[in-house]
Design a protein around this ligand. Structure first.
Ligand code: GLN
Ligand code: ZN
Length: 767
């Protein structure tokens, strides 16, 4: 009989209870006791619910007050020096100081760096290592939560992040050294925890080693066997969990580890689990991640059953079923979406529904002959839902698919090469050398937020709302003219979010009310869902830009979000390749670009903030992704007059590996983040002669500090050492929406002053 289990459940709560408890604690409105109580209630509710739903093994240790990687860091006592830790157990305030730099009643310190967890939109806190560092058990939170669950009679499977993945994700501070040399110091702490779990009578535990889906150096591959040999003798039975991809060359190695079971992602890892079934010993458990833990669609149960059936007889209760990965990456419960159409709801499955799907599959597989009516009913509901989605007019629009099928390479090509285009653009725009501009958004004041909110809630009519936004646009234009910027923006006051704003106006998108997914700490995002073919019924930004342009003689940039970013920050259809959905979005954005040009917009910026983070985990898959991503971007910009200048913006701190693809996008100007890395990012441009114009961000908009004229000049000089001055623009490193006008004005004034200085020293050269 196959068993149902889960790798992790969302911890934020169906109503973001954890978010509110955390923030109340941080603001000093509640004490630590209240926060811990809120956490306990959430855990118990999640466990109880999964138990009631019929899960055989339920994860414990998947909960976190901030981040599971930080929890492991605390467990190992890997506390960076600046936190003045004196040993003992890490308390909740030290924990929050590491996470966010401050905690009630403690001295602030520089927070740990945050970065994306594999290819998800979840951010973890990066562990820091120094040579000769020691480790000791400094948090027993996992053991306490295990005791809590046992006391409630929950059949739990404790979850721990594996030592190799933790080390892999860590960064070295100070003198560089091989971090793998620290492994032997870490393992004793793991052994201490594992034996404590065993002493509690825990039968199974789960150790996550998702780095097995990455390209690993051989030293890291080799380390797996010795590591697990040292852990498993004192531990409960270990289920080694991998997810987010196939193991490929790491599969034989993983199947030979001395662990009691292996979990594979059968959604992103294809049919690798069938291979694993042959490689694993007869007494090892094979856990198949058959339900998609990264997306929100209801599964096709028949398809899943067909994939699993070959294994049932041979593996018996050594076949486990689960979601592909932790359900951390999906919202909690579709039942909460009371405003969505019932048909639409029937197509979706959030965490709770995915748990139910896993249980249903195991039940069906466990019945030999005729299915009991209850299961038959569930299957027929599943058929109905899939049928309705497959045939829905909300999903399929022949005009869109025909158009996408009909596009050829010409549609991804501008009329002339950059060298010719830029001459025409110079002649028309007449910008000075080192032109100054900003990235798009200006401060989102409480007033602006209130305006949008009142409109959304129906308290403001169209006319009053439009008038309100126009006032904000006029203000932004006036300020930019006073500052003396060369290329202006309208300020994005009408946008709450750079993806949501477009999704709301495009066909094929739906929006939920409560489908929150944790992004980091207490922060959640509510990604749009792309349900169907994407099209643009009418212009989305043209009126705002036209109005802004009417107020000034300086060029105002049209401001759009690019297709790859819209795709990467949404839940995407699973019934067609991502590349196809991306192309549809590109065609919709293309329509907007054309309308902007027709309305007289001379410069159009198309942001691709999320292009880099969409890179596949394995390098061998990069080129295919970059090919279709770049093609989608280029599709948005072809057929324009040579005089129309296309900008794009990307906020990355590492470019070297994708620079050729960035160049292939063929935007006339790119603006990038580079100030935080002190322009080292520009090293990529030393080895690769980037052909087009470029604006390396000259100051960090994430900080309230005002950059001096001298720093900006110095930064631009660094840039000019690598890139021809005629190609350079001067701009901040990202949008200014999180700043205040008091911060923005002096910073931009210094930026303009710096550009004037730079121009004065420039040898005469026509732009
Ligand atoms: N145009 C957007 C803004 O200025 C770009 C934001 C981003 O790249 N994240 O806000
Ligand atoms: Zn940015």
């Amino acid at each position: 009989m196959a068993l149902a289990h889960n790798l992790g459940f969302p911890r934020i709560g169906a109503n973001r209870e954890l978010k509110y408890a955390l923030e109340a604690y941080w603001r000093g409105e509640q004490d630590a006791g209240d926060l811990l109580t809120a956490g306990r209630e959430l855990r118990i509710r999640n466990w109880q619910q999964q138990k009631d739903q019929g899960m055989h093994w339920i994860p414990a240790g998947d909960f976190s007050y901030y981040d599971q990687v930080l929890d492991t860091t605390a467990m190992l006592g890997a506390i960076p020096q600046r936190f003045d830790w004196s040993g003992g157990l890490v308390d909740i305030d030290l924990y929050f100081r590491m996470a966010r730099g401050r905690a009630p009643g403690s001295e602030p310190a520089e927070a740990c760096e945050m970065t994306k967890w594999f290819d998800t939109n979840y951010h973890y806190l990066v562990p820091e290592l120094s040579a000769g560092q020691s480790f000791s058990l400094a948090s027993t939170r996992l053991l306490e939560e295990v005791d809590e669950a046992l006391a409630c009679g929950i059949p739990i499977k404790p979850v721990l992040l594996g030592p190799l993945t933790w080390l892999w994700l860590a960064k070295v501070r100070g003198e560089p050294f091989d971090k793998l040399t620290l492994l032997d110091r870490i393992l004793p702490v793991y052994r201490e925890v594992l034996s404590a779990l065993k002493a509690r009578g825990i039968e199974w535990m789960q150790i996550d080693e998702p780095i097995l889906v990455l390209d690993l150096p051989s030293a890291w591959q080799l380390a797996f066997a010795s590591t697990y040999a040292q852990l498993t003798d004192i531990a409960p039975k270990v289920l080694l969990a991998t997810y987010f991809g196939s193991l490929l060359e790491n599969l034989p190695l993983a199947c030979k580890l001395p662990v009691a079971g292996l979990h594979l992602d059968a959604v992103r890892g294809g049919d690798e689990f069938l291979q694993a079934a042959n490689l694993l010993a007869a007494d090892q458990v094979l856990s198949v991640g058959i339900i998609d833990g990264r997306n929100i669609w209801r599964s096709d149960l028949d398809k899943a059953l067909n994939r699993l059936r070959p294994l049932v007889a041979e593996r018996g209760d050594r076949l486990w079923l689960a979601p592909s990965c932790s359900l951390l990456h999906v919202p909690v419960d579709i039942e909460q979406e009371d405003k969505l159409d019932a048909e639409l709801i029937s197509w979706l499955a959030f965490a709770r529904q995915k748990v139910a799907e896993v249980v249903t599959l195991t039940e069906i597989l466990s019945v030999g002959g005729a299915q009991p009516t209850r299961l038959q009913q569930q299957l027929s509901e599943n058929h109905q839902a899939l049928h309705s989605r497959r045939n829905s007019k909300l999903v399929h629009c022949a005009d869109v698919t025909d158009r996408a099928a009909g596009i050829d390479d010409k549609l991804a090509q501008r009329q002339s090469p950059y060298r010719e285009r830029i001459e025409h653009q110079h002649a028309q725009l007449r910008l000075p050398p080192y032109p100054t501009t900003t990235i798009g958004s200006f401060p989102q004041t409480p007033q602006i937020r209130r305006l949008r909110q009142r409109f959304k809630q129906g308290e403001l009519n169209d006319g009053d709302y439009v008038a309100g936004i126009k006032t904000e646009i006029a203000h932004a234009i006036k300020e930019q003219e006073a500052l003396g910027l060369d290329v202006l923006v309208h300020g994005e006051a009408e946008r709450n979010d750079m993806v949501e704003y477009f999704g709301e106006q495009l066909d094929g998108f739906i929006f939920t009310r409560k489908a929150w997914v944790q992004s980091y700490g207490s922060r959640c995002v509510k990604p749009p869902i792309i349900v169907g073919d994407v099209a643009r019924p009418q212009a989305m930004t043209v009126d705002w830009i036209r109005y802004a342009q009417s107020l000034t003689d300086k060029p105002v940039k049209g401001m759009l979000t690019g297709p790859v970013t819209i795709l990467n920050w949404s839940f995407v259809r699973d019934d067609q390749p991502r590349s196809e959905t991306c192309l549809q979005i590109a065609l919709a954005i293309r329509d907007e670009v054309q309308d902007l040009e027709a309305a007289g917009t001379r410069i159009i910026q198309i942001d691709e903030a999320a292009l880099r983070e969409g890179l596949p985990l394995r390098q061998r898959d990069w080129q295919a992704y970059l090919d279709w991503a770049v093609r989608a971007f280029r599709t948005t910009t072809s057929d324009l007059a040579d005089t129309t200048q296309i900008h794009t913006h990307m906020c990355y701190s590492s470019f070297n590996d994708i620079i050729a693809a960035v160049a292939a996008m063929d935007a006339d100007v790119i603006t990038i983040e580079s100030s935080r890395s002190d322009m080292v990012l520009l090293d990529a441009f030393k080895d690769f002669a980037y052909p087009n114009d470029i604006g390396p961000g000259v100051y960090d908009i994430h900080s309230p500090n005002v950059p001096t004229v001298e720093t900006i000049v110095a930064r631009m000089r660094q840039a000019a050492a690598r890139i021809k001055p005629q190609q350079l623009w001067v701009n901040p490193d990202c949008g200014l929406k999180t700043r205040t006008w008091e911060e923005v004005k002096p910073a931009l004034a210094n930026m303009v002053a710096a550009a004037i200085k730079l121009r004065a020293h420039l040898k005469p050269h026509p732009r």
